[in-house]
Ligand binder design. Structure first.
Ligand code: C5P
Length: 309
C-alpha cells in the first residue's frame, strides 16, 4: 500500500488579466501550500479495469464524477493500463472552498499511481493530465510557493515565504466558481496587483508583514457581493487582531496571516467570542458557526508527502 498526504493551498494573490476565447480567464496567482492535508492510500487489486474509491464524503452514486476517480481514470488511460486500483481517502480539507481540496487529491492520485504502477511519467506529462482535471491541479502537483499564470498551468517557483501562522475560516456555505468569475467580468477597474514586486520581496528574505501591502484577491469583490457575510467575517477577524485577512481562490474560505501560532490562537478566541455576541440580524443563524482552525504554511516544495510505500 502507498499512502500520501495531499496538501491544501491558499492564494496570496489572484489577479484576473483577461477573458479568453475558451471561456476561462487568464490569471496570475501567487499560491502557497499549507499544512492542512488529506490522506490518500493506493493499492493494486486483481479486478482489472476497475477503479474503487472509498472514504468519507465520497457518495458512491456519483463516484465517477469525483476528481480522484477522474484523475485515476485519466492516468490509466494515458499509460494504456488495465490494472485495478483501490483508493481510500481521509478528507480533512473542506471541499469547494478555495483551498484546492479536490485539486490536491487529484494531483496526489496522479503521483500515487505513477509510483504504485511504476510508470515513471515525467512531471510535464503529469501536468498535462492535471490541467484537464482543473485549473489548480498543476500547482498542486508541485506545491510550495509558486507563481501560476495562464489558466494556472504556467508555474514558476518562488523563494520560501517568511515564518507565519494561518487561521482559516470556512463559512457554512459554498460559492460557484463560474458565477464568481462571471460577476467579476461586470466589475472592472479594480486596484492593480503588483505581482512581480511581491515576488521580489520574497527573495529579499523579508519579514511577513512586508508582503501584506501586495496581497490581494480580485475575486473578493464579486464573492463579497454575493455573500456580504464574508465582509463581516473579514472585519471581525481584523478587529480580533489578525495581521492580514483575505479570501482564498474563488472562496468562500477566508484566512488570516499572523506572525506566530500564539497570535493565531488569540485571534481565533476573540473571533469566536465576537461571533457569539453577534446580533442575529447581522449574520444568518447558520453563519454564526463557521469552521475555524489554525494551521501553517508547508515549508517543503512538493505538493505531497509520501508516508509509506
Ligand atoms: O478549472 P476549474 O474546474 O477550476 O474551473 C471552474 C470554472 O471556473 C471554469 O469552468 C470557469 O468558468 C471558471 N474559471 C475561469 N478562469 C480560470 C479558472 C476557472 O473562468 N482561470
Amino acid at each position: 500500500m502507498l499512502t500520501l498526504l495531499a496538501h491544501a493551498k491558499i492564494n496570496l494573490t489572484l489577479d484576473v488579466l483577461a477573458k479568453r476565447p475558451d471561456g476561462y480567464h487568464e490569471v496570475e496567482m501567487v499560491m502557497q501550500s499549507i499544512s492542512l492535508s488529506d490522506k490518500l492510500s493506493f493499492i493494486r487489486t486483481n479486478n482489472n479495469d476497475s477503479i474503487e474509491l472509498s472514504g468519507d464524503l465520497i457518495p458512491q452514486e456519483t463516484v465517477q464524477n469525483n476528481l480522484i476517480y477522474r484523475a485515476a481514470s485519466a492516468f490509466l488511460k494515458y499509460n494504456g493500463l488495465t490494472d485495478g486500483v483501490k483508493i481510500t481517502v481521509k478528507k480533512n480539507i473542506p471541499i469547494a472552498t478555495g483551498l484546492a481540496g479536490g485539486s490536491t487529491d487529484a494531483a496526489a492520485t496522479l503521483h500515487g499511481l505513477n509510483i504504485l504502477l511504476k510508470q515513471n511519467n515525467s512531471i510535464l506529462e503529469l501536468e498535462q493530465l492535471a490541467l484537464k482535471l482543473g485549473s489548480d491541479v498543476p500547482f498542486c502537483l508541485t506545491g510550495g510557493l509558486q507563481l501560476a499564470q495562464g489558466r494556472g498551468e504556467k508555474l514558476t517557483p518562488i523563494s520560501p515565504i517568511p515564518n507565519c501562522s494561518l487561521l482559516i475560516v470556512k463559512p457554512p456555505f459554498s460559492l460557484s466558481t463560474p458565477k464568481i468569475y462571471q460577476l467579476y467580468d461586470s466589475m472592472p477597474n479594480q486596484k492593480k496587483i503588483k505581482t512581480q514586486e511581491l515576488i521580489a520581496q520574497f527573495s529579499n528574505d523579508c519579514k511577513i508583514e512586508t508582503i501584506f501591502p501586495y496581497l490581494l484577491n480580485k475575486l473578493e469583490k464579486p464573492a463579497f457581493t454575493i455573500k456580504p457575510s464574508l465582509q463581516i467575517y473579514k472585519e471581525m477577524l481584523l478587529q480580533a487582531g489578525a495581521a492580514h485577512v483575505m479570501m482564498s481562490g474563488s472562496g468562500p474560505t477566508l484566512f488570516a496571516i499572523n506572525k506566530s501560532l500564539e497570535d493565531s490562537i488569540t485571534v481565533k478566541e476573540k473571533f469566536l467570542c465576537a461571533l457569539k455576541a453577534t446580533y442575529k440580524k447581522t449574520l444568518h443563524p447558520q453563519e454564526l458557526s463557521p469552521e475555524v482552525f489554525v494551521t501553517t504554511v508547508k515549508p517543503t516544495s512538493h505538493g505531497y508527502d509520501l508516508i509509506n510505500s
